[in-house]
Each structure stands twice: as C-alpha cells, then as structure tokens.
Design a protein around this ligand. Structure first.
Ligand code: AMP
Ligand code: MN
Ligand code: MN
Length: 359
C-alpha cells in the first residue's frame, strides 16, 4: 500500500482533515431537538468498547436525559461484557444487550467507531428510517452517518460529545463529567500523549470543576487489576520478542496471549487491553504489538508507534484501522503468520520519512 506523498493518510482512508463545520453542528443539534416528545434514541459504540467508546456514549446519554429525553438505550456489539475498570461508570443503567436494542429508533448516535464494521450486528440500526448521527475522531472515519461530527484533531470522541452537549445547552454534572473524564484520560494515556493539547487540559478542568475525584477514577481505570492478571502479564511479558531490524530499522517489540493463557490464570479477555502499555515501554523499539487470541485462528492485534511509523497504515493494509500512533486489526491464522504479515507491512518505508508525529 502506498500513501499520498507528504500525507499521513493512506489511500484506503478518506481525507477527513478538518473538523465539523457549523452546518454539521447545526444539523446535529437539530436532529436532537426535533425528536418527538416520546422519541426513542439508541446510542451505540464500537465492539469491545474502551474508555472513550463507553465514556462518551454514557456521558452523552446522561446529557440527553438532562434534556428530558426519556427513551434512551445504549449498547455495543456482542460480547455484552463491560470491562471491570468501567463498571463504576455513571449511566451504566442505560446499557442493554445488542439483541435488545431498539430495531427502529428515531435517532441513532454512534460513538468512537471509524466504520460500520466496528458496529457488528448493530450496523443495521443505522440504516433504518431514523436519523444516524456519528460522533468520532478517527481520520479514517468513512462518514457513514446522515450527520457526521468527525474531528480528527480531537484527542477523544468525548471532546466532540462535550461540544455537542454544550451546543444543546446541557450543563455538565458530576455524572456526565466522570464519563467524559474516563474517555478523555484513557484516549490520551492519562494526558501523556501528544494529543494532550491546552484544549484537552481546559476540558479536563471543566470536568474536574464538577467535583469528580481524579485519584479515585484513575485508580479504578488504570491502576487496578486482579492478581491473576498480574501473573498473566508476567508470563506474557516474559515471552516478548525484540526485533531491532524490523520497521525499517526503528525496531519492533511484540508478544502474544492465548485463550489458554487466559484460562490458566482465570482471567477475562479484556484484562489484556492494558498489556500494550508495559510492552511499548521498550526503549529499543518504535513499534510495539500485542497479539491477543479471540478464537481458534483469530487474533485481536494492537499496534502502537512512538512516532517514526504510521501504524494505522499497517492496520488498514491488514483490514483494520485506527490512528497514526495507535491502531489495530483482526488477524487470522497462527501467531507467527499474523506477526509475519505485520513485519512485511512494517518493511515498507514511511512516506515523508515519518516526520509528522501527530497521533
Ligand atoms: P486498540 O489497540 O484495540 O486499543 O486499538 C487502537 C486503535 O485501533 C483504536 O483507535 C481502534 O479504533 C483501532 N482498531 C483496533 N482494532 C481495530 C479493528 N479490528 N478494526 C478497525 N480499527 C481498529
Ligand atoms: Mn475506541
Ligand atoms: Mn477514541
């Protein structure tokens, strides 16, 4: 796969380079305001939801409730499991399993999904007679809504959600703020990534001003895992491989975890989402990768870059998506086959020398 010269976008990605226009915002506000008194709203987010997907969806749902919308469901594709770190989120009572989601809502609002493929069996809900509103921050977003609020410059989808709530005249309360804070802090790696702009800290300040407790939230979301997961991480980190020559000499570090590893340590698959963090600490590698088994010959692959490599190009080439510095795809076959495909894609030199470090 080749990329446009001087661009961080690949040919497979539409060039969404600017955020929503005033017309887009007005159309989104109108879509919410024209709901009938008993209008039914369905909120959806991407499969295997992370902090941004759940936080922006539930925070927005609580905001809609403050606006007086009474019939609100929130859902995501199966499996219907909320990862333990997010089980304290306000608004969880809005969640229903995908099978119970309204088949024909008046308004569908989609959070943090770059394409309909991330919505699994819920994709058909966007094709119904109701309005489909998309809130997202992936540059690769395919614009699959009737109204698309996609801001690739936003650090998280929650940034877009907060702006829309403000335009709807919804004041932040502690419940909304906690959801949006979890979303913002997870997608910025606790305010460490380059996406952490002054505007991000200003938004964090608005959220904290509602009285939410960042220490408690961070401990729950980032700094807590079962002892079995601690031991599982030890085992999986112990088998990590460093390949200094990979990624055109920028280096690759990778490891994998199987369903058997999870079973032996009696852990749920979502505990592996945090595994990329200790792996990407490796100083000798620009690219880090965790290959997580999801089925007999199926793997969820997480890719991260420190800046020299556009991992979204790699992920898109292998059927997935994401951002320049954080991307993923579904791999099939054996671990070795999946990793070999990654090595091959990483061997393609970065267009423009990889000088653009925006995530
Ligand atoms: P993860 O490694 O799962 O945290 O994902 C990192 C980024 O890659 C996120 O922005 C995801 O939206 C994206 N991503 C992960 N897996 C996939 C996939 N199978 N298809 C498309 N995008 C993905
Ligand atoms: Mn996400
Ligand atoms: Mn996000």
């Amino acid at each position: 796969m080749t990329a446009f010269p001087g661009s961080t976008l690949t040919e497979a990605e539409p060039a969404i380079v600017t955020g929503p226009t005033d017309d887009d915002w007005d159309a989104a506000v109108a879509a919410v305001r024209r709901l009938p008194p008993d209008g039914r709203v369905l909120l959806v987010c991407h499969v295997n939801p992370d902090g941004d997907a759940l936080g922006s969806m539930l925070g927005f749902g609580l905001g809609l409730r403050r606006l007086g919308v009474r019939q609100i469901q929130a859902t995501f594709p199966d499996p219907p499991e909320v990862p333990e770190p997010f089980r304290g989120l306000p608004g969880l009572e809005l969640l229903v399993p995908a099978a119970a989601a309204d088949p024909a809502p008046d308004l569908v609002i989609c959070f943090d999904a770059a394409s309909v493929s991330r919505l699994g069996e819920l994709a058909d809900r966007l094709a119904g007679p109701g309005t489909a509103l998309v809130l997202d921050h992936h540059a690769s977003n395919t614009g699959f809504g009737d109204v698309n609020l996609v801001d690739p410059a936003a650090a998280a989808t929650s940034v877009v959600a907060e702006e829309l709530l403000a335009r709807l005249g919804v004041a932040l309360d502690a419940g909304i703020a906690e959801c949006l804070y979890v979303a913002l802090s997870t997608d910025t790696g606790s305010f460490r990534f380059d996406a952490t702009t002054p505007a991000v800290h200003e938004m964090a300040a608005r959220l904290l001003a509602t009285g939410i407790r960042p220490g408690d939230i961070s401990r729950r979301v980032f700094d807590s895992r079962p002892f079995g997961a601690v031991r599982l991480f030890g085992e999986v980190l112990g088998r990590a491989r460093l390949e200094p020559e990979a990624a055109t000499g920028h280096g690759l570090v990778w490891t994998y975890a199987t369903l058997d590893d999870l079973a032996r340590h009696e852990q749920r698959p979502y505990v592996l989402e945090a595994l990329i963090d200790p792996v990407r600490c490796t100083a000798e590698a620009d690219v880090s990768c965790v290959v997580k088994q999801t089925g007999p010959r199926e793997w969820a692959v997480s890719l991260r870059s420190k800046g020299a490599t556009d991992v979204s190009r790699v992920a898109v080439a292998l059927g997935g998506g994401g951002h320049r510095l954080a991307a993923g795809f579904t791999g099939r076959g054996t671990v070795d086959e999946v990793v070999e495909r990654i090595r091959v894609e990483l061997a393609v030199p970065a267009p423009g020398g990889g000088a653009d470090r925006r995530g």
